[in-house]
Design a protein around this ligand. Structure first.
Ligand code: BGC
Length: 486
């Protein structure tokens, strides 16, 4: 490889670099953005949405209940029936469907507001009818995990701010998601299930990240001698987001009557869905490579979720694909014979996870994967460079994940001896879910490294447990429903 090609590649790698100074600046901006979002009742481009979820207690593991849970992800839908056993354990039965492409992306953009919810109701009702033959309840409580930014007014009312992944159905934006689901359920219950004698009440709307915090708290088990508090959850899969538990007194955007009601119920804390994907949408501190700019411009939500576009599994493969296109355009790599390399999202993040740890002779495995996905032929020297680029992209993603962790721990005073939230010997549990944090090789370790070189430092980093929560979206929605009083 010529020296000018090597220089060009070194520059690309440098553009993805994140150092300690940048992590600290981002952490301080994040703390500012949290405060702004907790104060501002209108969603602005300047702060994260910081959505109150109306969940005021984390589960203890002692809960006992039987509930329905539904989970709408970017491409699939699941319906579960959960029996919470009260000993941090649960049993479930579930069914899963892939959402037909008619509802997704541009194909579904012009559908009427009830179309998707009618589809969901037609999946939920036969599932419940089948259950009903055994359980025979008059009314079933349902918790709905909806993994998109929703402005919540109550546990069972929330309007969609915007779609982020998978869907683009315009008519649903600004509408109450629970109302739409309940309306479709009631319509088909009346029409097709009148004789079955059961009702379904949608009692809770939960984001997947909120659900992950609930499920982590329900299932987490430490001895009484361990001082471990569940405080935060992270989803890092197709999308990226963070939820945590905040003092009510810091959530300044409540309407006075809502605040008074919550106080009268004895609420002192509430889970906040931060929608961290939208951190620093103004690019005040967040760096941007030319590849990030292309991804944003060509996305369904340009100007929004810029942090997510540098972190989550939906985008890591796409970032590397755009780098490879750039290298072909600069004659550093040979142009493939087919168009695959030029197809958007043709490179899945899973491929990067193989390249990341490829130690085969001459990186033959990398050759196999690049050839299969993009018809790209490379020399061993080129593959080594591609591996370095891959590692720079994933490292940037993981280091960025350390930013909200540090910022939330600092701003909530968890490790500050003068704060009411501090406990002697305290360790902090972060419940995680999502394919990237679960399966990308070395990812959790890179997040920890980000914590150590960032604002928290090595002493703070050693207090953190990063654990994988069990089915945050399913169990979490069930726990949210169990917390509802009907
Ligand atoms: C959504 C969040 C969600 C996250 C993880 C993001 O795109 O805005 O609401 O929690 O993905 O699924």
């Amino acid at each position: 490889m010529s020296s000018s090609s090597s220089e060009y590649i070194s520059k690309i790698i440098k553009d993805f670099d994140v150092d300690s100074d940048l992590l600290k600046k981002l952490t301080n901006l994040y703390i500012k953005s949290m405060k702004g979002g907790l104060e501002s009742s209108v969603s602005t481009h300047d702060y994260m949405p910081m959505i109150p979820t109306f969940i005021t207690n984390l589960p203890t593991g002692l809960e006992q209940d039987s509930v329905l849970a539904c989970d709408l992800g970017g491409t699939s839908f699941r319906c579960l029936y959960l029996s919470l056993k009260g000993n941090s354990k649960y049993e479930d039965v579930f069914k899963k469907w892939d959402i037909p492409s008619d509802y997704l992306n541009e194909e579904g953009a012009n559908l009427p507001e009830n179309a998707l919810f009618d589809y969901l109701a037609k999946k939920i009702l036969p599932f419940v009818k089948n259950l009903h033959q055994k359980e025979n309840f008059k009314q079933y409580k349902l918790g709905f995990t909806f993994s998109y930014p929703v402005e919540q007014e109550k546990l069972d009312k929330g309007t969609l701010i915007r779609w982020t992944k998978g869907f683009q159905i315009e008519s649903v934006v600004g509408k109450d998601i629970i109302f739409l689901l309940q309306q479709s359920l009631d319509k088909y219950l009346k029409r097709d299930y009148a004789e079955d004698n059961f009702e379904i009440k949608v009692v809770a709307l939960s984001n997947d990240t909120t659900g992950t915090l609930l499920s982590g708290s329900y299932t987490s088990k430490y001895g009484v001698q361990d001082v471990v508090d569940p405080i935060m959850s992270i989803i890092c899969g197709t999308g990226f987001n963070v939820a945590y538990i905040e003092d009510m007194k810091n959530i300044k955007k409540f309407q006075p009557e809502i605040e008074a009601k919550l106080k009268s119920q004895g609420a002192t804390e509430m889970v906040i869905n931060t929608e961290t994907g939208s951190f620093d949408n103004n690019l005040e501190v967040l760096p941007h490579t030319k590849y990030d700019d292309i991804i944003d411009k060509e996305s369904t939500n340009p100007g929004y979720h810029l942090f997510e576009k540098r972190i989550s599994g939906m985008f890591l493969g796409e970032i590397l694909r755009l780098v490879l296109v750039d290298l072909v355009e600069h004659n550093i790599l040979t142009k493939p014979a087919t168009e695959k390399l030029y197809t958007k999202f043709a490179l899945k993040t899973e491929v990067l996870s193989h390249i990341e740890i490829d130690d085969s002779k001459e990186l033959k495995e990398t050759q196999l994967y690049l050839n299969q996905a993009l018809d790209l032929k490379t020399t061993p020297a080129q593959r080594l460079q591609i591996q370095s680029i891959t590692r720079a992209i994933s490292r940037r993603s993981a280091y960025f994940v350390s930013v909200p962790i540090s910022a939330i721990i600092i701003s909530t005073g968890r490790l500050d001896e003068n704060s009411a939230k501090y406990k002697y010997h305290q360790e902090l549990e972060i419940s995680c879910d999502g394919s990237v944090i679960q399966y990308y090789p070395g990812y959790k370790s890179m997040v920890r490294h980000g914590l150590a070189i960032g604002e928290l430092g090595p002493e703070g980093e050693r207090r953190i447990h990063i654990s994988i929560a069990w089915d945050g979206s399913g169990l979490g929605a069930g726990l949210a429903a169990a917390s509802a009083t009907i």
